[in-house]
Design a protein. Structure first.
Length: 375
């Protein structure tokens, strides 16, 4: 409790003032400490106790008691110090203007008291310096308290910011994992589904074709199992980096093309420049966009021909998937998981690119992602 130290100081200081002042001989023409003097001293001690809660009122009572004490002609003593204590407390708990006005009122009251008493002319001058010191000390303590409060608030703000940033990163990681799982697993499962259907259809009449379909199923399932294993290992390792990290790039698009070609449609791949210089985040996003586009071709397009084009220039990277299908890609991609065109657009924008997707002039469908400003 804040007032407890002031209670102890008030009691001890009042007792000391009464004990000391009672032994000071009355000045020539003055008067000794009597009941009124004791009452003024007690009022000064009580004002010290009350100053933390009511700093202005406590200082006013103390200043009035001091002025009355001097005007009546009681002997100078330690009682005068109580005014400096309450002035310093008021300066610390209020503001500079209030403290300066209080100091001026105290000195002015002492001037009037000295005029009434007719002696102690040096007392107001002495209190002018003491009051300035009390105001300055209170100002320093108040500034320090304000500074500490600002630092504490800044620390709390930084802590909240760190927690919010951690939650945001966790949410982004979860979204990234969901996208990777959707893209990788959806592509593999679509390939498996198409190949399984083809194998069942030709099993009796063309066993060789069924064997090729089963090989493609085995390859697709093995790829998705490897990716799932790598992703689970990454999640289990936490901050450590596992040996297998599911971050494919543009150099693996040829494998996607081959897997899609095995599933039925004729897929062509055109790469205009080496892809090794493409930044890894852009390469991964481009790979996932091509993967999702080819998956949608198998699931919805009913296409017989697909063209995949990768272009790497000095200031631009782009990937384009165009098919000649007639299926409705827009409606299916707007339902279900919501990770189709929307997910591809989010991937492109997250790495500084943009996505264009829609029906082509020849009746097919085109998905194109572009990244500008590559250094």
């Amino acid at each position: 409790m804040v007032w407890v130290p002031f209670l102890l100081v008030g009691i001890l200081l009042t007792a000391a003032i009464l004990a000391i002042t009672s032994h000071i001989d009355a000045e020539s023409g003055g008067r000794g400490l009597d009941a009124l003097g004791v009452g003024l001293v007690l009022a000064g001690g009580a004002s010290i106790v009350a100053s933390p809660r009511w700093p202005r009122a406590a200082f006013g009572v103390n200043a009035a008691a001091i002025a009355t004490y001097v005007a009546v002609g009681y002997p100078n003593g330690p009682f005068l110090v109580t005014a400096l204590i309450t002035l310093g407390v008021m300066s610390r708990l209020t503001d500079r203007r209030t403290a300066l006005v209080g100091a001026g009122a105290l000195v002015g009251g002492l001037v009037v008291a000295v005029l009434i008493a007719g002696n102690n002319w040096f007392l107001p001058v002495m209190f002018l310096g003491w009051s300035a010191g009390a105001v300055f000390l209170g100002e320093v303590l108040r500034t320090r308290r304000t500074r500490l409060a600002e630092l504490q608030e800044r620390a709390r703000t930084l802590e909240r910011t760190r927690e919010e940033e951690a939650r945001r990163r966790v949410a982004e990681d979860r979204l990234q994992i969901a996208r990777d799982l959707h893209d990788g697993v959806a592509h593999a499962m679509t390939t498996i589904n198409v190949q399984a259907g083809a194998a069942a259809h030709v099993m009796d009449r063309h066993p060789e074709a069924a064997k090729d379909a089963l090989v493609a199923i085995r390859r697709a399932s093995g790829d998705v199992l490897d990716e799932l294993t790598a992703m689970v290992a990454l999640l289990r390792e936490g901050d450590q980096t596992p040996e297998l990290v599911p971050t494919p790039g543009l150099h693996q698009i040829a494998d996607l093309v081959q897997a899609t070609r095995d599933a039925g449609p004729e897929v062509t791949l055109a790469v205009d420049a080496p892809v090794g210089t493409v930044p890894k985040p852009v390469g991964t996003a481009a790979y996932r966009i091509v993967q999702e586009s080819l998956t949608n071709v198998l699931r919805h397009a009913h296409a017989t021909a697909v063209e995949v084009r990768v272009r790497v220039d000095a200031d631009e990277v782009s990937v384009q998937v165009h098919d000649n299908g007639t299926g409705d890609r827009v409606a299916p991609l707007s339902m279900g998981s919501g990770l189709g065109i929307r997910g591809m657009r989010e991937r492109a924008e997250a790495t500084g690119g943009r996505l264009e997707a829609g029906p082509a002039a020849d009746g097919g469908f085109t998905v194109k992602a572009i990244w500008h400003g590559r250094e």
